[in-house]
Design a protein around this ligand. Structure first.
Ligand code: NAD
Ligand code: ZN
Length: 368
């Protein structure tokens, strides 16, 4: 018997929506969309890698449910999040005559989700869209919460909107084809939820990490559902990041800085924030009362997940990293604001950290 479908509700008044988590959801895409009572015409936006594996079952499922789908395939990779691709998606939607009641399906990882979500937010001033995330990162993070957008030459995610989907379908079967490095990168966001919000989840991850690394459907379904619950809870309280939502940025100040100075090439996002979270844990030990034991537990879990936890910066890279961090987050008087942990499961945000302290934790190699 197939495991049950887990449903997590994102509570946002009349824009509330469900996240469904189960194996076998892509072949049921048409039936799921039919329940939303949207128009007949729709477009699947996907990338070359995901399209190869899942475009056909998704497309056929929509046909079977009586929809008139069009398929738009963009190149795989971060560079697909461009205004150029937004334009070519618009042209395709217009030539397929999508109108106000039509809808878009974002089938792919965070790149496709952010791009297709932005296209949905702006085409005809906004048409509905459904997220069908296919990476672990997208299951637990990017497909939930309504941040959509694209990159400019000047930096990542500089153009975008808050625009919520009508439904999120996390098909656990899709994770089977995900390259191992991408899978591990997703684990970095999962561990983050334990640190920022749920000590029991963190302890469970310490226990069940081998099951996750083997991609056991049952364990994955339970853990992904818990992460989605946490994100839904945070976003439900602070949709547009005026306060609490900032906790989701734990480890991201240093992480984004590392991504920027390596021109988004060397590290996957999950790898950069793994290093960033271990550094933030060390800062938390220095500045916000995180015990040395918990700081060590955090570093150990990232290591066991096969993620990098330290970075060696040469003299030239160091000032570049600080410049990038200062661009990324609000700075006052040479102090960069951080999310810091008080203990595993509890963080505080808006903490001012002197650059000298950051220098210190980045200079230490181990975590002791
Ligand atoms: N909107 C948000 O709240 C939010 C949050 C976090 C990250 N993001 C964004 O998400 C993006 C990163 O997303 P990502 O890590 O999912 O990367 P991605 O979308 O680039 O996917 C990673 C790679 O895996 C391939 N792939 C995806 N699913 C696959 C599958 N099931 N089988 C085989 N290959 C598959 C893709 O083609 C790609 O090559 C970044 O642009 C980041 O800014 C957005
Ligand atoms: Zn992240």
């Amino acid at each position: 018997m197939l495991p049950a479908v887990r449903t997590v509700r994102v509570p946002l008044g009349n824009r509330s929506y469900d996240i469904k988590i189960a194996p076998g959801l892509i072949p049921k895409l048409g039936a799921e969309c039919a329940r939303l009572k949207l128009g007949q015409r729709c477009a699947i936006i996907t990338d070359t890698n995901v399209g190869r594996e899942y475009a056909k079952p998704a497309y056929n499922s929509l046909l079977r449910a009586g929809f008139d789908p069009s398929l738009v395939i963009v190149p795989a990779g971060e560079t697909a999040k461009s205004l150029k691709n937004v334009q070519s998606c618009f042209d395709r939607l217009a030539s397929h005559r999508l109108e106000r009641k039509s809808f878009i399906i974002a089938l792919g990882g965070g790149v496709v989700g952010d791009l297709a979500g932005f296209v949905a937010a702006t085409y005809l001033r906004g048409i509905p869209f459904v997220q069908v995330p296919t990476t672990l990162l997208a299951h637990v993070d990017s497909s939930v919460g309504g941040k959509v957008g694209v990159n400019l030459k000047a930096g990542k995610n500089l153009v975008g909107a808050f625009y919520q989907p009508k439904l999120v379908l996390c098909d656990l079967d899709a994770l089977k084809t995900l390259p191992p490095r991408e899978f591990r990168a997703g684990l970095a966001e999962i561990i983050k939820y334990g640190i920022i919000y749920d000590a029991d989840l963190f302890a469970r991850l310490e226990r069940d990490l081998p099951k996750l690394l083997r991609r056991e459907t049952k364990a994955l379904g339970e853990i992904i559902a818990r992460c989605c619950e946490i994100k839904a809870d945070v976003v439900g309280q602070d949709e547009t990041e005026s306060g609490l939502r900032a906790i989701l940025n734990f480890g991201h100040t240093i992480g984004h800085g590392l991504e920027a100075i390596s021109s988004y090439g060397k590290y996957l996002h999950g790898e950069a924030i793994s290093i960033g979270q271990v550094a933030a844990a060390k800062l938390s030990h220095e500045l916000s009362g995180l015990s040395e034991k918990d700081s060590t537990r955090i570093a150990d879990l990232f290591k066991r997940a096969g993620l990098p936890t330290t970075v060696k910066l040469n003299a030239g890279q160091r000032p570049k990293l600080f410049a990038a961090m200062k661009l990324d987050k609000k700075v006052s008087d040479g102090e960069i604001k951080f999310v810091l942990a008080k203990r595993i499961g509890k963080v505080v945000w808006g903490q001012r950290v002197p650059t000298a302290e950051i220098e210190k934790v980045l200079a230490t190699d181990g975590h002791r």
